[in-house]
Design a protein around this ligand. Structure first.
Ligand code: A3D
Length: 320
């Protein structure tokens, strides 16, 4: 059986980390693509030279031409610019939308059968535009944000409860931004919901509210510390989990930015919801029950995302 081919569109901080993780996990051969000459080639060669030490056989190559991604099974898109301290994700929209147009054309021509995971910000609007520009099936174009936001929530909760991160499950819904909706009722420690843990005296509502806010600000906290760019280890790990679910037909239930065509009463919008990822791409969108307060937060998050997609249409009317 031929090895999987994984194309990384964008070979910056997340792209390089993805390439390294794909090698270490033996997920397939890697093609790094970037407009910067030398960057994908240099990163590919550096990681390839670690393969004898770590014992993996992935072939890594770097290219500046979309022809190099031809026939890719999975494409992970990080092309564009990241935030600087004090910048919102939304401020990246104008620049990154133009990048999505180029990436979409490259995918359409060379990798129309790929499962595409978009990471470029502002995430929900960029994945929506990328699907339109590329014309690939909506089941095969998905955005990574929920796995990362949930991982941040899980990490902070595990720290608060002094238990293993493995035993903390959490869901974060809605758009990837300040309006994201960490779902307290659906988050548990080994099946015990967070509201019950408050009753059991493990934590207080005030402490949970602080953790929810820290989760919402999780990206900005790292941008503030790094000063030169945004997070890349945890975003890369999150996208790898989604790619692995597809390549191994794992049917994982993961929160992802998926195309809604009526689910949750929302149409023509990509936003974070739980989905099943398997060999068919996004195989199912799971509609969970939201109470009034959760619905209100979700609706306002959707409205924020739709405001951004409208801004995309103003810049690129062909997206309408
Ligand atoms: P960075 O290290 O700057 O890498 C981006 C790469 O894209 C650079 O190597 C550029 O040369 C390349 N690039 C720019 N324009 C093009 C183009 N037209 N075609 C191909 N390549 C191009 O950034 P990064 O890897 O840290 O972040 C990449 C993106 O991910 C940014 O938009 C971030 O905001 C975003 N991001 C999203 C999350 C989510 O959770 C959704 C988390 C972290 C970062």
């Amino acid at each position: 059986m031929a090895r999987n081919k994984i194309a990384l569109i964008g070979s910056g901080m997340i792209g390089g980390t993805l390439a390294h993780m794909i090698g270490l996990k033996d997920l397939g051969d890697v093609v790094l693509f970037d407009i910067a000459e030398g960057t994908p080639q240099g990163k590919g060669l550096d990681i390839a030279q670690s393969s004898p030490v770590d014992g993996f056989d992935s072939r890594l190559t770097g290219v500046n031409d979309y022809a190099g991604i031809e026939g890719a099974d999975v494409c992970i898109v990080t092309a564009g610019v990241p935030r600087k301290p004090g910048m919102s994700r939304d401020a990246l929209l104008g620049i990154n939308l133009k990048v999505m147009e180029q990436v979409g054309a490259g995918l359409k021509k060379y990798a129309p059968k790929a499962f595409v995971i978009c990471i470029t910000n502002p995430l929900d609007a960029m994945v929506w535009a990328l699907q339109k520009f590329s014309g690939l099936p909506k089941s095969h174009v998905v955005g990574m944000a929920g796995v990362l936001d949930s991982a941040r929530f899980r990490y902070f909760l595990a720290e608060e409860f002094k238990v293993s991160v493995e035993d903390v499950t959490a869901f974060v819904l809605g758009g990837h931004g300040d309006s994201m909706v960490p779902m307290i009722r659906y988050s548990t420690v080994s099946g015990i919901p967070l509201p019950d843990l408050i009753k059991m005296g493990w934590t207080s509502k005030e402490k949970l509210d602080q953790i929810v806010q820290r989760t919402r600000d999780g990206g900005a906290e790292i941008v503030g510390l790094l000063k030169t760019g945004s997070a890349y280890y945890a975003p890369a790990a999150s996208a790898i989990q989604m790619a692995e679910a597809y390549l191994k037909d794992k049917k994982r239930v993961l929160p992802c930015a998926a195309y809604l065509s009526g689910q949750y009463g929302v149409k023509n919008t990509y936003v974070g919801v739980p989905v099943v990822i398997g060999a068919g791409g996004v195989e199912r969108i799971i509609e969970i029950d939201l109470n009034k307060a959760e619905q209100k937060m979700f609706d306002s998050s959707v409205a924020t995302v739709q405001g951004l997609t409208e801004a995309c249409v103003k810049i690129a009317p062909q997206l309408a």
